[in-house]
Design a protein around this ligand. Structure first.
Ligand code: OMP
Length: 276
């Protein structure tokens, strides 16, 4: 039986360093790498990132949108990318940000969290904005298959606060309510629960309690302006569970495998010296 995702993530972060690298094949990056904006370019790009980093970093996060834009052949590349990255030793976090009514959520859970699915991943990003309870089928599927979820709590983009910082009748912000419900799912887990939150590294003055006994995925490092040195001020006491995520600021160093490894190792060093 596979250990729960939270256990595997803690081990990977301790061994390889707390870093998630996104596989985001933007058109501009395909071009900068000398590749076409086509399925062959997508495949070469993804293979190169996996070759360079799946044996090095704790987590690889393919961004589904960049694969979906090529239709079924793009999804086939995504399937291969997930399988190759997992067999080379990385945990794969599928960035799909799915969210829907519970009965449909069950089908998304089948797509990403059922071991028989061709897109089976170690974890998937989900949106709790149809109500946290609508994610129940995904929570149950993750528990059954030893996989995990990252629910959007405080996103890195400037527009997020209008929804996430809205205050409900109970006096809690929407984000705080999501964080509390994640903490409840992680209550008995050790060393780390499998139900993480997304909290942007770009944010300042977070009033919410981030102690959820789960990982905090922190996108926004690099291209969106945050740096590893910002992490202690953003996350405070919760910094030990932070998994910073970088896409463009690593990927722009390709297609050289050596350069991709070097910049990722540098980010790991910077994160470790910032948050210990
Ligand atoms: O869930 C995410 O990964 C995510 C959440 C969030 O709040 N902000 C955010 O930027 N992301 C994703 O993280 C990646 C950031 O990419 P870079 O800005 O190139 O490092 C993109 O794939 C985004 O979709």
């Amino acid at each position: 039986m596979t250990p729960p995702f939270g256990t595997r993530l803690r081990q990977a972060m301790d061994k390889r360093g707390p870093l998630c690298v996104g596989i985001d094949p933007h058109v501009a990056l395909l071009e900068a790498w000398g590749l076409g904006d086509d399925v062959a370019g997508l495949e070469r790009f993804s293979r190169t990132v996996v070759e360079a980093l799946a044996g090095e970093v704790a987590v690889l996060k393919p961004q589904s949108a960049f694969f979906e834009r090529f239709g079924s052949r793009g999804i086939a590349v995504l399937e291969q990318t997930v399988a190759d990255a997992r067999s080379a030793g990385a945990l794969v976090l599928m960035d799909a940000k799915r969210g829907d009514i519970g009965s449909t959520m069950a089908a998304y859970a089948d797509a990403f969290l059922a071991p028989t699915s061709p897109l089976f991943s170690d974890a998937v990003t989900v949106s709790p904005y149809l109500g946290f309870g609508s994610l129940r089928p995904a929570v149950d599927a993750a528990r059954a298959s030893g996989s995990g979820l990252f629910a959007l709590a405080l996103t890195s983009n400037p527009e997020g606060h209008e929804v996430q910082r809205a205050v409900g009748e109970d006096g809690l912000s929407v984000a705080q309510s999501v964080l509390r419900q994640l903490a409840a799912e992680n209550a008995d887990a050790s060393p780390l629960g499998s139900f993480g939150a997304v909290v942007g590294a770009t944010l300042r003055d977070i009033g919410e309690d981030l102690e959820i006994n789960g990982a905090l995925l922190a996108p926004g490092v690099g291209a969106q302006g945050a740096t590893p040195a910002d992490l202690p001020a953003v996350f405070g006491a919760a910094a030990a569970n932070v998994l910073p995520s970088v896409s463009r600021d690593v990927l722009k160093h390709g297609p050289s495998v050596a350069a991709l490894r070097e910049v990722s190792a540098r980010f790991v060093d910077e994160v470790r010296s910032a948050i210990g």
